[in-house]
Write a new protein. Sequence first.
Length: 329
Amino acid sequence: MPANLTPQYLDAERRFREATTPEEQLAALNEMMATIPKHKGTEHMRADIRRRMAKVRTEAARKRSSGRGPTWHHVPREGAGQEVLIGPPNAGKSRLLAALSNATPVVAPYPFSTRTPFPGMVPFENVQIQLIDLPPIAPETAEPWLFALIRQADGALLVADLASDDLLSSMEETLTLLERFNVSLGGAGAPSEDGGGAEGRGSSGSAGTSQGPGADGRLDILRELYASRWPILAVSAETGMNIDALRLEMFRLLNVIRVYTKARGRRADLSVPFVLKRGTTVQDAAAVVHKDFADRLKYARIWGTGTFEGQMVQREHVLEDGDILELHA
Ligand SMILES: Nc1nc2c(ncn2[C@@H]2O[C@H](COP(=O)(O)OP(=O)(O)OP(=O)(O)O)[C@@H](O)[C@H]2O)c(=O)[nH]1
Ligand SMILES: [Mg+2]
């Protein structure tokens, strides 16, 4: 049976095809329903319009609920600890991650090139430290997830570009935003920070191997302003200057120790440390090695710094980085 569709119906159908929002789609579908001739021959078409209406409504609702909260990024912890790269736009954060790890973040001579967190693993001696490259800290990027990620990290490397004329004002802007979002760098219990000054690069953005003009002076000013709060290190991703020193600084920042275990009469495997918080006692370490051990532990012997070889120690003994433990139950 021919449907005998009216020009009004055909017009509404065209508007449905051209609609770009769910609201426009729904309006057009309602119009189609109102103008479609109601007889047996259009029964299927009317059922189809109702189905499409339901679909548009559920899809719009789904979009609304998922669109209500802003995007949230989280990076699962890996390795000996998690640190983040923070700083003003175009400071050299991404390039620093590339210099420290095998990660391949986007590096670009313009600001706001990093949009989402990008993690890499930084090798230091026999451990790997997770380092997350982040979008710059600026009013345009100041989203709650960014600051949550910084707060949750074990440490932060604040990067400033020593070749930049507005290094101090961009640094101040970064620090003000961090403060506004309740991120405290350093101080008791909070992540402390290392100020990495990216080495100077030509004002054209071309990678030069020498310090850019004025870099030394800017470094002096940075030191004057911030050295009492954080260690400051001038590094160059370009020449590799102080990149290894930065790895050591990253490890220090974690405030952890590496402890090894061995069985009686055997050698310890020094390639696989237990990474523990500084201040960990023999008792705490035993609990990490094996749950049951902690209860049955009688004493331990230690080979390491601060003790003589194989010294017998009690449960309360505080461990040092590099200690080898022989646990006796
Ligand atoms: N010569 C030299 N150039 C560098 C160094 N670090 C970064 N650059 C250059 O500086 C520009 C910006 O570097 P990025 O690492 O993308 O900067 P970013 O801080 O990640 O920038 P956003 O993600 O936009 O905040 C690029 O052209 C890099 O090649 C460095 O140590 N030496
Ligand atoms: Mg970047």
